[in-house]
Design a protein around this ligand. Structure first.
Ligand code: SF4
Ligand code: SF4
Length: 500
């Protein structure tokens, strides 16, 4: 007889994907370290889609930990809260880890004590709240998707249709990253509690928590937590440990066997996907009245003395996190934010972390390996086999190099999730994903030019139609006749002067 809390006991075996070396155990030997408040935090005011929150504090003002410091400028977008108690020392533009340029931030310097703002009541039984009120509270709590996209959780929940399926993503598939694994091992009951609250927020009758086959400790902890909750909506699904199984679309395919249409969202097929960290943050707010002021981050790599997972306040600098992990063992060859496949290199360790930062890797030369010279494409097709989006990377590569935007569009470059599986499998060491980022920019520019040309043409045609209509309605235009007489009169008045 199958276990009622195990959804889909036979994991699907996808043809796509790659198996990357596992480097997660580096940071899973020690329990999650709860970081003390740092001396200074730089809190970004930007969430998904680049929308900034509006500061409600001024420089010089004292704030308590958890106090709202910025309010949303769009419906469904989150409030931002002080992650430490202290004094606001600046509100301005600062570079942040993963940002393409400086973003608005609030800088707070720590005061001596940790006074906590207690303006949010705890709701131990949130099932008493209407669904719309739960979503409003989630927005007030400042909760965004902790999987990396920072998309406002309340806005995503608002987009759900009737009785959707809820999918909690715990299948972190990048080598090195273990923050979700550790969260599930140590706080599975919080993830399950958050899943139940999120289910109530959208009226879901099924909440599937997805993890990978190589997370046995997390699986045991989750099964215990689901047993204790005794909620028939909560089930667990174990998916392949192939990369990128944790991508939203890929996970939906693996768990439900369904495909999100090209250009569409999971909500279009009745599925709402949230990260397990997001679910735990929801539980922290409803059970303890604690808004989103921290997250679990993996600090790892062979240049770190004691790789571990740290629960850190948002706005903490990377340097402070490295210090908590025992410091550097030498000068790291590269600092990476995120995983080795999709992460980005950091310019320095002074940058602050945001709610999207799930991992910092300080890598040695040996870890990075020698850069291999790029060779010509041999049309082996390995990149096609690896691609989880069913694209043809070698054809996309030719189209990018030819700057053929029509071909890029027809090949579906916008469906590329930039996972890097094609780069990883390419025997010619071609940096395909970097080329596809360029290709997306080329296509976006071409589409913008097309749109602008179309708007200009529509405006021109509308003007012509309007003029034609006016001419038809008023064959004798008295205004124009008057204007002509005025012009003639002016000409006559000027004539004598011109003859002088
Ligand atoms: S894997 Fe590399 S060499 Fe093979 S077809 Fe793709 S781009 Fe060409
Ligand atoms: S980076 Fe894009 S093209 Fe390459 S495997 Fe991933 S989705 Fe496919």
């Amino acid at each position: 007889m199958s276990d009622p809390v195990v959804w889909n006991p036979q994991p699907r075996r996808p043809a796509w994907g790659v198996r990357t070396p596992r480097r997660k155990t580096l940071a899973t030997r020690a329990p999650i370290l709860r970081a003390p408040p740092p001396a200074r935090v730089t809190i970004p005011l930007v969430s998904g889609a680049g929308i900034s929150a509006q500061p409600v504090v001024v420089a010089g003002q004292s704030v308590r930990c958890g106090e709202p410091v910025a309010t949303p400028t769009a419906a469904g977008y989150p409030c931002i809260h002080a992650s430490i108690a202290g004094r606001v020392t600046d509100i301005g533009l600062y570079p942040v880890a993963g940002g393409s340029g400086p973003v608005p931030c609030i800088v707070i310097e720590r005061s001596d004590g940790e006074t906590v703002w207690d303006g949010y009541p705890a709701w131990p039984d949130s099932s008493l709240l209407p669904a719309a009120e739960i979503r409003r509270q989630i927005s007030a709590a400042g909760i965004v998707g902790l999987g990396g996209a920072l998309f406002p959780t309340a806005a995503k929940l608002d987009s759900a249709g009737q009785t959707p399926l809820l999918l909690l993503n715990g299948a972190e598939c990048e080598a090195y990253i273990s923050c979700d694994d550790m969260l599930l091992r140590e706080r599975a009951e919080r993830v399950v509690a958050g899943g139940r609250i999120l289910s109530a927020a959208v009226g879901a009758e099924l909440c599937v928590i997805a993890i990978k086959t190589d997370m046995p400790e997390a699986r045991r902890a989750l099964l215990d937590a689901i047993d204790a909750a005794a909620d028939p909506r909560m089930v667990i699904s174990t998916v392949t440990a192939k990369y990128p199984a944790g991508g939203e679309r890929q996970l939906i395919e693996l768990v439900f066997g369904r495909e999100v249409p090209a250009g569409g969202r999971p909500a279009d097929i009745g599925i709402i996907c949230q990260n397990v960290g997001t679910a735990a943050a929801v539980a922290d707010f409803f059970l303890d009245g604690r808004p989103l002021i921290s997250r679990v981050i993996t600090v790892t790599g062979s240049s770190i003395a004691r790789p571990c997972n740290i629960e850190a306040r948002i706005g903490t600098s990377v340097a402070d996190l490295v210090q908590l992990a025992g410091g550097y063992t030498g000068t790291p060859e590269r600092l990476i934010m995120g995983g080795p496949m999709m992460g980005i290199a950091l310019a320095d360790d002074e940058l602050p972390i945001s709610a999207a930062t799930n991992c910092v890797i300080a890598a040695t030369v040996e870890e990075l390996g020698e850069a291999s010279a790029e060779l010509p494409c041999i049309r082996c097709g390995l990149c096609v086999e690896a691609c989880p989006a069913a694209l043809m990377p070698q054809e996309l590569l030719t189209a990018v190099r030819d700057e053929n935007t029509a071909r890029l569009e027809s090949l579906g470059i916008s469906e590329c999730i930039e996972c890097g599986a094609c780069d990883y499998s390419c025997p010619s060491h071609i940096p395909l994903t970097a080329q596809f980022r360029t290709g997306k920019r080329l296509l976006a520019n071409a589409q913008l030019s097309r749109r602008e040309a179309s708007i200009a043409r529509t405006r021109f045609e509308a003007r012509n139609r309007r003029l034609a209509d006016e001419n038809r309605a008023q064959p004798e235009n008295p205004v124009d006749a008057d204007a002509l007489q005025t012009l003639l009169a002016r000409t006559r008045r000027r004539d004598p002067e011109q003859s002088d």
